[in-house]
Design a protein around this ligand. Structure first.
Ligand code: FAD
Length: 420
């Protein structure tokens, strides 16, 4: 098909569900194309999930890690935003339904609804565990932690009130445990001079024999040593069997009194996949062809955390780079089909992994074998996060907050939001 033919064709309507890393990358890749795009999300903002733990531990403001979608699309003439929760998808009639009852037709559908917490059926985990997937989760966790200190200061103290159990020794668990330790030691110790903060316990539980499983063993050991040196009680080979309101039960029957269980143990695909009427794969991920289209539907694609993307014969990790690269590729697939050409298989290019353990400490590993840890790792972690954030205002605010925190050892946004 010639460019003139394409221009004279009616423009297809592409609907993208999810304004996360994948959905935004997809929409942006259509910038100069002859397509109309509608981006649908249940929030009117994009959330920068890698820094949610900093909101939860009062290092950053909620607005620092969120960016209004309409602001992102302002310069795109042909991309629109629709606020709403997708509650049904009809892949035969080619439309979707939003929670306000409105029906939106599409020629192409890109499903980029991300993932959510996986409690692995552990009794009580969904009811009493605090997750960290959305901005609401992050502020709820911050409220909860700070409230524990306020209650303890006013005498309403009991065993376990100041015991914080973090479940899961992946990047999120390590980041939260490290940041909580710093918040307590450097900030809350001064905020609550009458409270004996030596009774505060931060316990990190990991079922396997090391933290940060996907990283090299020496970086895992570095993470354990650093956390322990910062008073985090790291317990390896320690599965959790039950969570209750005021305690947890470990695999060997040990009971730990606690009122705070941060659930950082697992990920499963967003339940939206179940609306597509296809058989889902491991972790609820949507099976796809190499060009990211669904096996059963030529005009539906899945990208990012919700898609069962192949990476060297295994499932690709649920990380931002996979979402971004697959988002761009989804746009290429749609444009190739619209132009009457052949599609190409998606190939994820690993750019490396990073996790921070706290001030001056992070680990980073790159595909060329380069491994960084300590201060250098931390500087590269800071730089990468600043570069990948959206919006000048957010970047400036994050830099300012981090500089303030670093120089003063203080945390500005340690606010408790209450409904009454
Ligand atoms: C705490 C945390 C820390 C992380 N840290 C890192 C890190 O350091 N590095 C890294 O690479 N990755 C990290 N990740 C993973 C990374 O954030 C994800 O891989 C990435 O966000 C996936 O992008 P996505 O576009 O698939 O989904 P998301 O970014 O999750 O976006 C999904 C979007 O879909 C919307 N949505 C969901 N359901 C509906 C519905 N029914 N209707 C309408 N809209 C809907 C959501 O509101 C959301 O905006 C982290 C994740 C978390 C939770």
């Amino acid at each position: 098909m010639t460019t003139a033919d394409m221009a004279s064709k009616p423009s297809p309507h592409v609907v993208v569900i999810g304004a996360g890393f994948g959905g935004l990358a997809c929409v942006r890749a259509f910038r100069d194309a002859n397509v109309d795009v509608t981006l649908v999300d249940r929030h009117n903002f994009h959330t920068f999930q890698p820094l949610l733990y900093q909101v939860a531990t009062a290092g950053l403001n909620a607005a620092d890690v969120a960016y209004p979608v309409r602001g992102i699309l302002r310069r795109s003439q042909r991309a629109k935003f629709q606020l709403g929760m997708v509650t049904a998808v009809d892949t035969v009639a080619k439309n979707l339904t939003l929670d306000n009852g409105s029906v939106m037709p599409w020629d192409w559908l890109v499903v980029a609804a991300g993932a959510t917490t996986n409690h692995f059926g552990v009794p009580g985990a969904a009811e009493f565990g605090l997750s960290l997937y959305t901005l609401e989760d992050a502020t709820a966790l911050r409220n909860h932690v700070l409230t524990r200190f306020e209650e303890s200061a006013s005498g309403a103290n009991d065993d376990g009130a100041l015991t914080f159990v973090v479940v899961g020794g992946g990047a999120t668990g390590v980041e939260i445990a490290g940041a909580l330790a710093e918040l307590v030691d450097k900030v809350l110790r001064k905020d609550f001079p009458d409270l004996d903060v030596s009774c505060v316990k931060i316990i990190l539980l990991e079922g396997q024999d090391r933290l940060l499983g996907p990283f090299a063993p020496k970086l895992s050991s570095h993470a354990v040593e650093t956390l322990r040196s910062r008073s985090v009680d790291v317990r390896l080979n320690t599965p959790l069997s039950r969570v209750a309101e005021d305690h947890v039960v470990l695999g060997d029957g040990t009971i730990l009194l606690t009122r705070t269980v941060v659930w950082a143990a697992g990920v499963k695909a967003n339940a939206l996949g179940a609306l597509l009427g296809v058989e889902l794969g491991r972790g609820g991920r949507i099976p796809i062809r190499p060009d990211l289209r669904l096996i059963e539907h030529d005009h539906v694609l899945a990208i990012g955390d919700i898609a069962a993307i192949d990476y060297n014969g295994r499932l690709a990790p649920q990380v931002a780079q996979v979402a971004i690269q697959s988002g761009r590729h989804a746009a290429e697939t749609i444009l190739a089909v619209e132009a009457g050409g052949a599609t190409t298989p998606f190939a994820y290019k690993d750019k490396g992994s990073m996790a921070t353990i706290g001030r001056n400490a992070a680990v980073a590993e790159f595909p060329n074998g380069l491994k960084l840890s300590g201060f250098i790792g931390w500087l590269s972690w800071l730089g990468l996060h600043i570069l990948t954030m959206l919006g000048f205002r957010n970047r400036a605010s994050v830099i300012l907050n981090w500089a303030w925190n670093y120089v003063t050892w203080d945390r500005g946004p340690r606010l408790i939001f209450r409904k009454n």
